[in-house]
Design a protein around this ligand. Structure first.
Ligand code: AHG
Ligand code: MN
Ligand code: MN
Length: 349
């Protein structure tokens, strides 16, 4: 028997579709685990999402606007800055400096950290980032990214914030992640409870949960490194790559290398395998930066069931000594990381 219209009004209907989860909603749920969380953490992260949406919009128009090409200035690493590097840095600094919970920021593009609200009792976080990673790929329409890492202040909040408070090992990260400006724009982040991926819906300008609880496959098909440097790398790296290529580990691996760490890692995270930027004769400490490149990626990798190493120890346990310090970096799924460890051991006996 059918209900009369009156009866249908009295009996509420159950929702049967799964609602869209935006990154904002997700963060609000996450922050409940922070004692005394009052919305400030989600407000901080919304600074990152706002800035990266602005960067995404600029990247989309990169071939059209006057944005292509070098800015003419060089950054602290002596590298030529691209215009988009400068734009991305500005967007992040501007969006974050108005967040009351941000005490200080440190960027690849700035030699020293920048003060936001340091010394104020509300400012308990330090945000560290590479505003645009893989920027040499912009001119050829290849994916780039942003990496970020969030730390808590180590001194009492009413004391002035000091530069050494940035120098914390990666195991102290409160949250970390990256944005990949690829064929679509994706935000991947973790606040210590798994890794979640959000795809930017360009029609509505919202990051929507598309990849909940990402787990890195236990084994994959690809290794990823700049093989032009292989003969200048220490023996364990040569041994590992030889093994991956020859089938010594049960299958012959293929290689993929974009030269944009965020893109190369994102593929490794979703498809498994291993990404390496080893030390070599020309760069004995490797190329990638510990605080804002290796640490956030290592944090994501571990949260997804993978591992990350500098060839001596776990990346997240390395005590930094300077803001822009470089580190050898190897990150991947459990199986391939085991092969790497085997290669290290074989070389040391
Ligand atoms: P950035 O653009 O921030 O300077 O970083 C580029 C990095 C990284 O994205 C990539 O993994 C690496 O440089 C590629 O280096 P090679 O050209 O030496 O392979
Ligand atoms: Mn970079
Ligand atoms: Mn960069």
């Amino acid at each position: 028997m059918h209900d009369t219209p009156e009866a249908a009004i009295e009996r509420p209907q159950k929702l049967t579709f799964s609602p869209l989860v935006t990154v904002q909603q997700h963060i609000l749920q996450e922050q409940r685990r922070f004692v005394g969380a009052s919305g400030e953490f989600s407000w901080l992260l919304s600074g990152l999402t706002l800035a990266t949406k602005l960067v995404a919009a600029k990247v989309r128009r990169a071939g059209l606007s006057d944005i292509l090409g070098a800015e003419g200035s060089t950054n602290v690493q002596g590298e030529v800055q691209q215009k988009l590097d400068v734009y991305a840095n500005d967007m992040l600094l501007h969006a974050l400096k108005v967040r009351e919970s941000v005490a200080m920021m440190a960027s690849e593009e700035d030699e020293t950290p920048l003060l936001a609200h340091g010394g104020s009792p509300t400012a308990k976080y330090i945000v560290v980032f590479d505003p645009l990673d893989g920027s040499s790929n912009i001119d050829v329409n290849v994916s780039v990214g942003t990496t970020f890492s969030i730390l808590r202040r180590t001194r009492p909040l009413d004391e002035e914030v000091t530069t050494d408070e940035v120098l914390q090992p990666g195991n102290k990260q409160v949250a970390a992640g990256y944005v990949l400006y690829g064929s679509s724009t994706m935000l991947v982040y973790s606040a210590g409870r798994g890794v979640h991926g959000f795809t930017l819906d360009p029609a509505v300008g919202a990051y929507v949960l598309s990849h909940p609880n990402i787990r890195i496959p236990s084994s994959g098909k690809y290794y990823s490194m700049n093989e032009a440097h292989l003969d200048r790398c220490p023996e364990p790296y040569q041994r590992l790559v030889a093994g991956l290529r020859s089938g010594e580990y049960g299958k012959r691996y293929d290689s993929r290398y974009i030269g944009s760490m965020v893109s190369d890692f994102h593929r490794t995270l979703l498809k498994g395998g291993i990404f390496l930027y080893p030390p070599n004769d020309l760069r004995p400490e490797g190329k990638l930066r510990l605080l804002y490149e290796a640490n956030p990626i290592a944090y994501i990798a571990e949260q997804a069931g993978g591992r990350a190493s500098d060839g001596r120890q776990r990346i997240l346990d390395v005590q930094p000594t300077s803001i822009h310090q470089r580190t050898p970096f190897v990150v991947g799924g459990p199986q391939e990381m085991q092969y790497f460890e085997k290669a290290l051991l074989a070389a040391s006996v």
